[in-house]
Design a protein around this ligand. Structure first.
Ligand code: OSB
Ligand code: MG
Length: 370
């Protein structure tokens, strides 16, 4: 198979409520949508980059540049026998995992549609349902947080993650634990601490959290290993893991006990599967992270986490938590039992509503195979 056309659209979708982390406050989701066509079939994937480089270094602008000038030419030149061929073809381009992932994931989606199969089947997963967890942004005070979490627990979510940062950590967790002593609960710091905060992080041990996600530097594994020796709570890495080799090194060092897998952060599905396999071989649990995706990226995450090593609920929750109107029909819904049904239709498995996509787009580029 050879790609005939690659298209990129830039979209803006208002969030129903702002999402605050230690690094940013997001009110509008802005992202690129990549579409690839071959033999009259088109596949789609959402890029997880944002307008700013505050989570990781890539931005929508760097992704567009790297796609247009480097990755699209490599992809057009490739005779694709399987979507696994795409990642190695990009090897000369260093980094830029989000850009690589968007193009590679679109090829997998095209591949699944062409075969008339749901994405999970070509990825090696299973049908049925997945367990849904929720990521609650930083809240102004403890009472508001308890109220927000109460809503999510009532909606059925099986695990709650809250964002923390220095000075907005212990009191929030303490208030939640007082109200929900047995809730599967975890925290995500998005690299807001340093080793100098080790004692403050140790104080979290008494709240019996499932894990603490990325407390230290976005590119660190060495200090995380030092910290993990001082904590009873397992560390989970997000930002500092960009592929299977990073996970192997982090686990060898003892930098974490759990890994968050985001397809966009690791360069695509092939890399996500390899990372999953490295962890599974060592009985290290993984779960699927989220990037406030529209339904297109959200559904890709649903399919990925049907692989057997995803033994913990992830950050994939319902469309209605984020958007008034999602780009897919039906939207992604969570049952009162906290589960999401895995689609059986080809590709991501829900219809993309193109008039909504066009309304949200302010840029469209289309490149043809030379
Ligand atoms: O660290 O997991 C993160 C959102 C944007 C950037 C980074 C992260 C997040 C989330 C939200 O935690 C997960 C979601 O609900 O999609
Ligand atoms: Mg995270």
């Amino acid at each position: 198979m050879r790609l005939d056309r690659i298209e990129v659209r830039r979209l803006r979708l208002a969030l129903r409520s702002p999402f605050e982390t230690s690094f940013a406050r997001t009110t509008t989701k802005q992202f690129l949508l990549v579409s690839v066509s071959a033999d009259g079939v088109t596949g789609h994937a959402e890029c997880v980059a944002d307008v700013d480089p505050f989570y990781l270094p890539e931005t929508n602008a760097t992704v567009l540049h790297v796609l247009r000038d480097f990755l699209a030419p490599l992809a057009f030149a490739l005779e694709i026998e399987h979507p696994r061929d795409v990642m190695p073809a990009f090897a000369r381009v260093r980094g830029h995992e989000m850009a690589k992932a968007a193009l590679e994931m679109a090829v997998w989606e095209l591949w699944a549609r062409r075969a008339g199969q749901p994405l999970w089947r070509v990825l090696g997963g299973r049908g049925g349902f997945i367990e849904s967890g929720v990521s609650v942004g930083l809240q102004p005070d403890e009472a508001t947080l308890v109220e927000a979490v109460t809503r999510e627990v009532a909606a059925g979510y099986r695990r709650v993650k809250i964002k923390i940062k220095p000075g907005r950590d212990l009191a929030l967790v303490e208030a939640l634990r007082a109200r929900f002593p047995e809730l599967p609960l975890m925290v995500d710091a998005n690299s807001a601490y340093t080793l100098a905060d080790a004692e403050r992080l140790q104080a979290l041990d008494r709240f019996w959290l499932m894990m603490i996600e990325q407390p230290l530097g976005w590119d660190d594994i060495v200090d995380h290993a030092t910290l993990q020796k001082r904590l009873a709570t397992p560390i989970c890495l997000d930002e500092s893991i960009h592929g299977a080799d990073d996970a192997r090194r982090a686990l060898e060092l003892g930098a974490c006990q759990i890994v968050n897998i985001k397809v966009g952060r690791v360069g695509g599905f092939a890399s996500a599967i390899a990372l999953h396999d490295v962890c599974r071989a060592r009985s290290v649990p993984v779960w699927c992270g989220g990037m406030l995706e529209s339904g297109i990226g959200r559904l890709a995450n649903v399919h990925l986490q049907t692989l057997p090593g995803f033994t913990l609920p992830g950050d994939t929750s319902a469309s209605e938590r984020y958007f008034e109107e999602d780009l897919v029909d039906p939207p992604v819904v969570v049952s009162p039992q906290g589960t999401i049904a895995v689609p059986e239709q080809p590709g991501i498995g829900h219809e993309v509503v193109w008039p909504r996509v066009e309304r949200a787009s302010d840029l469209h580029e289309s490149w043809r195979r030379p």
